[in-house]
Design a protein. Structure first.
Length: 115
């Protein structure tokens, strides 16, 4: 199983970015799909998680600004990030649960919010 993350980059405060994470390979079921982030000098933290039925959870600091979604036909998760703040600057990682027993990580994608 491979995860391909894309969509990071530079945004101004108040701007938007959309991250994508596509899973490929041999598997039967994708369970939870999540986005984590890690800022310099900080621990990796869970940003948002979406389960197969579409129910989602967010860390408090992004509620109302970020939206996680998934396209099960494309095995892809998205993170729409609006009203970006400098404190959102981090490397963002996708994490996917496969077949009920294995987690996979995508390569990180840098998000920088700066004027």
């Amino acid at each position: 199983v491979q995860l391909q993350a894309s969509g990071g980059g530079l945004a101004q405060p108040g701007g938007s970015l959309r991250l994508s994470c596509a899973a490929s390979g041999h598997f039967f079921v994708i369970n939870g799909m999540a986005w984590y982030r890690q800022a310099p000098g900080k621990q990796r933290e869970l940003v948002a998680l979406i389960m197969g039925a579409g129910n989602a959870n967010y860390t408090d600091s992004v509620k109302g600004r970020f939206t996680i979604s998934r396209d099960n036909a494309k095995n892809t998760a998205y993170l729409q990030m609006n009203s970006l703040k400098p404190e959102d600057t981090a490397v963002y990682y996708c994490n996917v649960g496969i077949d009920g027993h294995t987690e996979y990580w995508g390569q990180g994608t840098q998000v920088t919010v700066s004027s």
